[in-house]
Design a protein around this ligand. Structure first.
Ligand code: ARG
Length: 469
């Protein structure tokens, strides 16, 4: 290639042969990294300021460059993905911005790449993308958390069975069940916040691998991009994707929680449970069976959480065998991050409103909480309060349950005489000790389902929500 025309590649100087055209188009990342344009522009402006401070650009040139770069971001926000077909020469987002900037400001554009490498650029763009995705996810999580807390408040003292092994276990307050998910979300939010803090360092100035070849003040770019500081090691900074890994892993864990919620609601909406009416606005019908109302929203969420796990797995597998520092394999790490960010954004765009619109059938829940010997633990506790060792109390109540099963009665329907044949310590006060309320309230510990404890837990959850807001 002659030295006078603008090369079609950013690296064509040492090559005599053109690339195989099929390989050339196959290795491109612009078909997916075009969405990094806004971050590439911000990072380029930050770099331009740093090289201006180093004397590479005059302040007039810097202004011109900034203006050109902002026009590129503008074009991206107007045209979206159409920029990919509009710029067939662009190999990746970095190349695209350079080509477009050249169109805008001529050869001055070619100074922008002084003292930088695409390896640090992509590391920076991805950090900026992930940081924004974390912020969006946190906002969505707050909305979902709020919907759950409000639902818990509405539930008041409504009860439901809790399950272990998917068998009825003990009665709990509906609010207690909902607050279990609030606990999960709080952990998810703290994982994301934590990851955000750890990733908030700026790779610009790391060069291709060994550090920039210009005496750059790296704090200029770091500050311009709202990073806390420059990254401390150039080899790590150009090859590190921990921030993406942590993001996808935290999102995968969040996806697991959301999927469990979706699974419970799917089950609870069945005729077999009958605990809730699916909101029509968020359900679909069947083209074949006219009577059906299907829980597509919760099913899709359950399904999409699989993709989130897939993204985390792809990244971990991608990175684990890479020698330091940059390797082109890393280009494959972009799409799973985009997919995870899009998938969780989609889920959180419907989940809070869906949750807020849930209508439980408290009567059916209460009947379920009231039958099937869910007060057996409370009954055993009654006997231990009378001084009977728990192991023995368990045995006595087991015998009472068997008598109930044989005669189709609940514990509270057995007579005192019958109970006394099992254990003489049963007294009149037994029936008071195994009411639904007493069964709840005997779990009077921090984190238990006793009514005053749940009330406190709800107040605290609300306080954390406002504190967070
Ligand atoms: N498109 C590349 C990526 O996503 C950008 C970095 C390219 N660096 C290089 N040395 N080829 O990883």
């Amino acid at each position: 290639m002659s030295n006078n025309e603008q090369p079609t590649k950013m690296w064509s100087g040492r090559f005599r042969e053109p690339l195989d055209p099929t390989f050339e188009s196959w290795q491109r990342s612009f078909p997916f990294d075009w969405r990094l344009v806004p971050y590439e522009v911000e990072a380029s402006i930050a770099h331009a300021r740093a090289i201006q401070a180093a004397g590479i650009l005059t302040s007039e040139e810097l202004l011109q460059m900034e203006e050109g770069l902002r026009a590129i971001a503008q074009q991206h926000s107007e045209q979206g993905e159409a920029i990919v077909t509009a710029t067939p020469q662009a190999e990746d987002v970095h190349h695209y911005v350079e080509l477009e900037l050249t169109k805008q400001i001529g050869d001055l554009a070619l100074k922008l790449h002084t003292g930088r490498s695409r390896n640090e650029q992509i590391a920076t763009d991805m950090r900026l993308f992930v940081r924004e995705a974390i912020d969006n996810t946190l906002a969505g999580l707050t909305a979902w958390r709020k919907a759950l807390v409000e639902l818990a408040e509405q539930a008041g003292e409504a009860t439901m069975p809790s399950y272990t092994h998917l068998q009825r276990a003990e009665p709990v307050l509906v609010a207690h069940w909902l607050l279990a998910y609030v606990s999960m979300i709080e952990r998810d939010a703290s994982r994301l916040t934590d990851a955000r803090k750890r990733m908030n360092l700026c790779p610009l100035g790391s060069g291709a691998v060994a550090g920039a070849t210009l005496a750059l003040d790296r704090t200029i770019a770091a500050r311009a991009l709202a990073f806390d500081a420059p990254t401390p090691n150039s080899m790590d900074a150009t090859s590190d994707r921990d921030f993406a890994l942590e993001f996808t892993q935290a999102i995968a864990t969040l996806g697991i929680h959301i999927s469990r919620f979706a699974e419970e609601l799917t089950l609870y909406s069945t005729a077999e449970f009958g605990f809730l009416d699916l909101p029509e606005r968020f359900s679909t019908g069947s083209s074949a069976m006219p009577q059906k109302k299907n829980p597509d929203l919760t099913e899709l969420i359950r399904g999409k959480s699989g993709r989130l796990l897939g993204a985390a797995t792809t990244l971990a597998t991608l990175i684990k065998g890479l020698p330091l520092a940059y390797n082109k394999d890393l280009q494959e790490g972009q799409e799973p991050v985009f997919d995870a960010a899009d998938t969780i954004a989609g889920i959180l765009s419907v989940l809070p409103a869906f949750t807020a619109s849930l209508k439980f059938r408290y009567d059916a829940m209460k009947i379920a909480a009231h039958s099937g010997y869910l007060n057996a633990m409370a009954a055993a506790t009654y006997l231990t309060d009378k001084g009977i060792p728990f192991r023995k109390a368990h045995e006595h109540i087991g015998n009472a349950v068997r008598l109930g099963l044989e005669t189709q009665r609940e514990l509270q329907q057995l007579t005192l005489d019958e109970l006394r044949t099992i254990c003489p310590q049963f007294g009149d006060d037994f029936f008071q000790a195994i009411t639904l309320e007493a069964t709840l309230d005997c779990h009077d510990v921090i984190g238990g389902t006793a009514r005053p404890r749940v009330k406190t837990a709800l107040t605290e959850a609300k306080a954390r929500l406002t504190e967070h807001a």
